[in-house]
Design a protein around this ligand. Structure first.
Ligand SMILES: Nc1nc2c(ncn2[C@@H]2O[C@H](COP(=O)(O)OP(=O)(O)OP(=O)(O)O)[C@@H](O)[C@H]2O)c(=O)[nH]1
Length: 553
């Protein structure tokens, strides 16, 4: 039966073309073509014998080395048979067998080359021999478990690999006539029998399952076991053949991946983070399960899209965040940004997102972005509180000395850049020691707080007020000329003089301040110079009786 099948495969087309070339010193001429070139090349012999297309143009570009070898002066004289590829008139590649022979004509200094091209033929004897040999070679050498069984579940042949997973077997041929129950533990034989039952009793053409497999050393592995029904020419099942592929490594890798994914998810959740994967074209955002959770939403409550994310941004942060995101999309590689967004309970929560372009298309445009959204609310609030503490005076809630100096430096350089006027006050409570001494330190503190309130109420919002010493204050007035500054100082002095701190028992405490005013005089002025001039003016105010405003000279 197999021989007939082979016979039917034999090539009927045995046409060949014979070229006769003359190779002179530096010229190659095709003198004659015998046979019809059309079936093999698509071109007629007449076309091939003239220059276009030449035989050379028929050669597959990667086989031109063979062409060069055939027609080189130095190639061997003995007949040579080899295969090479041509590309026929329709552009289809074909493998042809070529035989060529050279004759040297020494007298006329030329070489005659005879080249015969033919479609390769199938050698039936070789093919049959190969078929049986290759079947056994496959059984001996395959890495898979391959087996054939008759309808009684008895092996009829098997690959050598089965020796490693069966007992009492040294060569695969020992398995012939045996069943799984003869060579495996009952537990495993039961498993495989159940799958075979589906073929023999369930009339399935194929049955497949991932099944455990124990090797001779007791090591457990996994196979993708597939069994196929084998039928005779009348369609009756005569047996089965099976291929079981070892997928132990795959299963182990899967388990490791699952474990590492679990670990990653745990780490993300513990850090209040979630990953996302953004389809840039559609705006669709795939996120890990933690994403709704870290914003207080239940699963399915949150629309996972770029649009939702953008709409939930705090209005004060939105433009900044979107410009960072867009810069990243426009060619940046990665970026990160802190911002506030709406949580389920209606609160603004601080988030931090990291973006990274994950994929580009052929035009080098970003296609997808991956990243992490993290809820950093508690950390951020603590940070803000701490940085505020570092800037704000605990008693009066005014800027402390360090922060006042920082703000004043910024304001001075801004006003110098825009050529605006600016003034500074130094202010000190008069006879504050007396207030402390007569009413106690606590009342002294209340006076300091009261003074801060009066300053806030009397001055503009843009004015920068700092408590720079115990009962010493500095005030910066942006965009204020010298006359306006003196007026403002006088207004403040009066407001303080008219303010008082009520006492439970007795009369309210009244207090006054002295103020020294300095203005920017030149582009070289710095804050220390301004403060020092204002301090001198303050000294003058104290010297001249207190509760007054003096301008720096
Ligand atoms: N209650 C209270 N007193 C403070 C604080 N810081 C500094 N003082 C007091 O402020 C007083 C400053 O006294 P002095 O420097 O002698 O000045 P003064 O009594 O205000 O006199 P003149 O400035 O010359 O008008 C001292 O008694 C300090 O103890 C504070 O935070 N709270």
């Amino acid at each position: 039966m197999k021989v007939n099948m082979m016979a039917s495969k034999q090539q009927e087309n045995t046409s060949a073309i014979k070229f006769m070339f003359v190779l002179a010193l530096d010229a190659l001429v095709c003198e004659q073509i015998e046979g019809d070139a059309k079936p093999l090349t698509g071109w007629s012999s007449a076309r091939l014998s003239v220059s276009n297309p030449t035989l050379k143009s028929l050669f597959h570009p990667d086989d031109l080395d063979i062409y060069d070898a055939i027609f080189s002066h130095s190639s061997q004289i003995e007949p040579v048979s080899l295969t090479f590829r041509i590309v026929d008139k329709k552009g289809q590649a074909k493998i042809l067998r070529a035989t060529y022979q050279k004759h040297l004509d020494v007298d006329q200094l030329k070489t005659l080359i005879t080249l015969t091209l033919a479609q390769p033929e199938l050698n039936l004897e070789v093919a049959q021999g190969m078929m049986y040999d290759s079947f056994f070679a496959m059984l001996e050498n395959t890495d898979d478990y391959i087996y054939f069984k008759d309808i009684n579940h008895q092996f009829t042949s098997a690959s050598q690999t089965l020796v490693d997973v069966t007992q009492g077997i040294t060569h695969w041929s020992d398995l012939i006539g045996k069943t799984d129950y003869d060579v495996l533990s009952r537990e495993y034989a039961d498993i495989y029998y159940t799958l075979e039952k589906k073929i023999f009793n369930g009339f399935l053409p194929m049955a497949q399952e991932v099944q455990p497999l124990l090797d001779n050393h007791g090591k457990l592995g996994w196979v993708d076991n597939r069994k196929y029904a084998m039928k005779d020419k009348d369609g009756n099942i005569i047996g089965l053949f099976g291929i079981a592929r070892d997928i132990t490594d795959l299963k182990e890798a899967e388990a490791r991946l699952r474990k590492s994914e679990d670990r990653m998810r745990l780490a993300l959740l513990a850090a209040n983070q979630a990953w996302f994967d953004l389809d840039i074209k559609t705006g669709e955002m795939t996120t890990s399960d933690e994403y709704p959770q870290i914003l207080g939403y239940a699963e399915g409550e949150l629309d996972h899209s770029l649009q939702e994310w953008q709409a939930a941004l705090h209005p004060e942060d939105s433009a900044r965040v979107m410009s960072i995101l867009n810069a990243c999309l426009a060619g940046g590689d990665s970026a990160s940004v802190d911002y506030r967004r709406l949580a389920k309970n209606g609160d603004w929560v601080w988030m931090s997102s990291v973006f990274k372009i994950a994929e580009f298309n052929e035009q080098n445009q970003p296609v997808s972005m991956i990243g992490v959204h993290a809820n950093i609310n508690s950390r951020k609030l603590l940070e803000l509180e701490l940085s505020q503490k570092a800037q704000i005076d605990y008693l009066t809630a005014l800027n402390n000395r360090g922060y006042f100096m920082e703000l004043a430096e910024k304001e001075l350089s801004r006003s110098q850049r825009y050529q605006k006027e600016m003034a500074i006050f130094m202010m000190d409570i008069d006879f504050f020691k007396k207030i402390n001494d007569s009413h106690g330190h606590k009342i002294g503190d209340i006076v300091l707080k009261k003074l801060a309130d009066v300053c806030r109420q009397t001055l503009r919002e843009v004015d920068i007020i700092g408590r720079i010493g115990g009962e010493e204050f500095a005030i910066l007035l942006p965009e204020t000329n010298h006359v306006e500054a003196l007026e403002a100082a006088e207004r403040l002095r009066l407001a303080v003089a008219n303010s008082e701190v009520p006492m439970k028992d007795g009369l309210p405490v009244q207090y006054t301040v002295s103020i020294g005013v300095s203005s920017v005089l030149s582009a070289d002025d710095n804050i220390d110079m301004l403060l020092s001039r204002a301090d001198k003016a303050l000294y003058q105010a104290k010297q001249s009786g207190r509760n007054r405003v003096c301008a720096a000279a």
